[in-house]
Design a protein around this ligand. Structure first.
Ligand SMILES: [Ca+2]
Ligand SMILES: [Ca+2]
Length: 366
């Protein structure tokens, strides 16, 4: 029998910093080579990193910067003394020419892509400010040439942050890329990698990076609970459980249940393949919507049990639903997908006249 474990490590919808296992990145904070304050070293890639894109180690180059008190980063860098540099100046005589030829830093890691794993790549992205001293004063660092942070496997892009942030001049912001790998993926076993690009697409010349971190956490195939149940008028907090193996081919054999539901209530289970979520069901509701839209409803049922008691339950065989609803959200399932499930039921005195259970994520087997 499969274990019906209810663990705490997906208590939030995202893998927070500090959770899971950290995957080794060489020179993740660009502290090597160590250089004096208010100086840079851009004649070679920083140890552990390689160059990617058109670079000449002159006008278009990578390396490290220790801004010191130069004014390039008045608040300092997020970690240590140095940050990574991607400096792309296409034409020394004309700093308004932007070639839009991305270039930057790449590192292939010693860890390989694994199944049933949630990855979280975080990188501090910096927007260099103009500064008065030489040699900074000869460059127009005002503006931001755009960036992309990529998580790689086998040299191919798995997930990316394509310039979603615009840090203030002279400041850093944290870019986070999260990815769930289910029961299978074409790049499983391939070496993971990180690529940090300056998109060379607008004024500003330089993008900086610091404190690169990649964390991984396993997601058991038969599922884990996450998010928080609402509390019903009668004080019930409905909890999802599962029994069996979620399958892309089996006709039945994976029963999702919401237990501890108020008795004699109409309700249903629903799921999403779009990802986890945690948004208020209504401004005054204690329930959270724990899955992203679009959502797919399963069948409506009655919770049974006794009115006013917490002994109701809503159950349905997800495999049977999948097998008989070829047009349902996420179809056709092939195996490897992550599915996020939750239950909804009537609670007439409550805000929205309804409440929601906690949620459960599971990996579909082939
Ligand atoms: Ca650093
Ligand atoms: Ca800038």
């Amino acid at each position: 029998m499969k274990s019906l474990q209810v663990t705490a490590f997906l208590a939030t919808s995202a893998l927070a910093s500090g959770q899971g296992v950290s995957i080794g990145i060489v020179n993740a904070g660009f502290e090597a080579p160590a250089i004096p304050a208010d100086s840079f070293a851009t004649t070679a890639p920083p140890p552990g990193w390689s160059g990617v894109g058109p670079l000449d180690f002159g006008a278009r180059t990578i390396g490290v910067l220790n801004p010191g008190a130069s004014g390039l980063y008045p608040l300092g860098v997020p970690e240590g003394q140095n940050c990574g540099v991607v400096f792309l100046l296409d034409n020394f005589g004309n700093q308004s020419f932007f070639a839009s030829q991305p270039a930057g830093l790449v590192q292939t890691l010693s860890a390989n892509l694994q199944t049933s794993t949630r990855y979280r790549l975080s990188v501090q992205v910096g927007n260099l400010a103009s500064a008065p001293g030489f040699p900074h004063s000869q460059f127009q660092f005002g503006g931001f040439p755009s960036y992309r942070v990529e998580l790689l496997a086998g040299g191919q892009v798995l997930a990316a942050d394509n310039n979603s942030l615009t840090p203030n001049e002279g400041e850093f912001e944290l870019s986070v890329v999260e990815l769930d790998i289910g029961g299978s993926h074409p790049l499983v076993g391939q070496a993971l990698g990180v690529r940090l690009l300056n998109l060379n697409a607008a004024p500003g010349i330089e993008v900086n990076f610091d404190a690169v971190e990649l964390r991984a956490e396993s997601i058991p195939v038969d599922g884990v609970n996450y998010c928080t149940a609402g509390t019903t008028t009668a004080g019930c907090a409905a909890t999802l459980t599962a029994l069996g193996v979620p399958s892309a081919s089996a006709a039945n054999g994976f029963v999702l249940s919401a237990n501890n539901v108020e008795g004699q209530r109409a309700g249903l289970l629903f799921y999403s393949v779009a990802g986890p979520n945690s948004s208020p069901w209504s401004p005054t509701s204690s329930s959270l919507l724990c899955v992203k839209s679009p959502t797919q409803r399963l069948g409506v049922g009655n919770s049974g049990g006794n009115a006013g008691a917490c002994n109701g339950a809503l159950s349905e065989d997800w495999n049977a639903f999948r097998a008989t609803h070829p047009g349902a959200s996420g179809q056709p399932f092939l195996g490897g997908e992550l599915v996020y499930a939750q239950a909804w039921f009537r609670d007439p005195p409550a805000p929205q006249s309804t409440n929601l259970s906690n949620a459960r994520v599971f990996v579909v087997a082939p």
